[in-house]
Design a protein around this ligand. Structure first.
Ligand code: UDP
Ligand code: MG
Length: 325
C-alpha cells in the first residue's frame, strides 16, 4: 500500500515565487511517486495575500487534482497558516515548506527515508551556515538561542528551520497544542519525538521579498521567551528581593552611623538616585508581568487561530448545487 505525503505551503504575497515553486515541487512529487511509490497532495495556504496569490492558487488547483488551497480572511501569520495546513492534511506524513524555494525540494527524498526507514518521527532541515546574513543579525540570533535554551524546558535548535517532515503522530501532537500565540520553533521543540537533523546551505529567496525586518525578529524572539519560559517573572521577583535586602542593610548602616557619630542624614542626590532605581525596577517588573498578563488575556478569549474565507472544496460544493438546479 502506498503512503500519502501532504505538502503544506504557507503563502503570503508569493505571486512572484509560486510560478517557480509549483513546477519544481510537482517534478519532485512525480519523482517520489516513481522512486518511493509515495503519493502527494499539496495544501497551499493563502495567508491573506494582497497580490495575485489567490488567483494563482485557484488556477493551479483547477489544473492539478493534487493541489488544494485554503485562503484566510486576512493575514494571520505563518504560524497560523502552518496550523491550518496541518489540520487539513490527510497524509500519513506531512512536510512544511516555504513557497520561495529556500527549502530545496530535493531534500524530500532524504527526509522521507529518515521517517520511514531510519525510525525517526521527524526529519528537519537545519541551516549550517548563516552565510548571506548580516553579521549583527547572526550575533543576536546566536545569543537568543543560548539564552532561551537556558531558561526554557523546550529544546531550541540554532538554525532549525520550519522545513520538516512529520509522521502522523507528530502532526497530531502539534495539533493538540491549540494555543493562540504560536511560536513554532518552541512548539516543535516542546512536542519532543526523535528528530533527524539534515544540514543544508542557506539559499537566497527565488523572487519577492522577505517580510522579516530586524525589529520584527527582535519582537519575535521576545515572544518566544514569553511563550516558553517564565524565568523573566522569577528574575523580577529576585530583583525585588535583592533591592529590599540592600535597602534594609543600608538602613541599618544609617541608623548605626547616626547613633555612633551623630552624623547628619545622607544627602539629597543619594535619595534622588535611590528613588529612580526603585521606581525603575518596579516599572520593569510591572512590564514583565504585563507581558504575561497580555498573553494570558489573549489566550483566555479562545479565539480561533485562523478564519477561512475560501477553499477549493467550497467551489466543488457550490458546483454540485448548481448542477441539481
Ligand atoms: N508567510 C506567511 N505569512 C506571513 C509571512 C510569511 O504565510 O505573514 C510565508 C511566506 O509566504 C513564505 C514563508 O512564510 O512561504 C516564509 O516567509 P519568508 O520567506 O518571508 O521568511 P524567511 O524565509 O525570510 O524566514
Ligand atoms: Mg523565505
Amino acid at each position: 500500500m502506498s503512503c500519502l505525503l501532504s505538502v503544506v505551503v504557507p503563502c503570503y504575497n508569493e505571486e512572484e515565487a509560486l510560478p517557480h515553486f509549483v513546477p519544481e515541487i510537482q517534478k519532485t512529487a512525480d519523482e517520489l511517486l516513481r522512486t518511493c511509490s509515495l503519493l502527494t497532495e499539496f495544501l497551499f495556504i493563502d495567508d491573506g495575500s494582497r497580490d495575485g496569490t489567490l488567483e494563482l492558487l485557484r488556477k493551479y488547483a483547477g489544473e492539478d487534482t493534487r493541489i488544494r488551497y485554503l485562503s484566510f480572511s486576512r493575514n494571520f501569520g505563518k504560524e497560523s497558516a502552518i496550523y491550518a495546513g496541518l489540520e487539513h492534511a490527510r497524509g500519513d506524513y506531512a512536510v512544511i515548506m516555504d513557497a520561495d524555494l529556500q527549502h530545496p525540494p530535493s531534500m524530500l527524498v532524504e527526509m522521507y527515508q529518515a521517517v520511514t526507514q531510519e525510525g525517526y518521527d521527524i526529519a528537519a532541515a537545519r541551516r549550517v551556515s548563516r552565510k548571506g546574513e548580516p553579521l549583527i543579525r547572526s550575533f543576536f540570533a546566536r545569543a537568543f538561542y543560548r539564552l532561551i535554551n537556558k531558561i526554557s524546558n523546550a529544546e531550541f535548535v540554532d538554525g532549525a528551520s520550519d522545513f520538516r517532515m512529520l509522521s502522523r503522530s507528530a502532526v497530531d501532537a502539534l495539533l493538540r497544542l491549540g494555543e493562540y500565540n504560536r511560536f513554532s520553533k518552541g512548539i516543535f521543540g516542546w512536542i519532543g519525538f526523535q528528530t533527524k537533523w539534515i544540514p543544508y546551505e542557506n539559499v537566497e529567496r527565488v523572487a519577492g521579498e522577505t517580510t522579516w525586518s530586524f525589529w520584527k525578529l527582535f519582537l519575535y524572539s521576545l515572544e518566544g521567551i514569553i511563550a516558553f519560559s517564565t524565568t523573566p517573572l522569577a528574575i523580577s521577583s529576585v530583583m525585588g528581593l535583592l533591592l529590599c535586602l540592600g535597602a534594609f542593610l543600608w538602613m541599618l548602616q544609617i541608623v548605626a552611623t547616626t547613633l555612633l557619630y551623630g552624623s547628619p542624614v545622607a544627602g539629597f542626590p543619594t535619595l534622588a538616585c535611590l528613588l529612580l532605581l526603585v521606581g525603575g525596577s518596579i516599572q520593569l517588573s510591572l512590564g514583565i508581568i504585563g507581558q504575561y498578563l497580555a498573553k494570558t488575556y489573549l489566550e483566555s478569549k479562545k479565539r480561533p487561530i485562523y478564519i477561512l474565507k475560501e477553499t477549493e472544496c467550497d467551489k466543488k460544493f457550490s458546483y454540485k448545487i448548481e448542477e441539481q438546479k
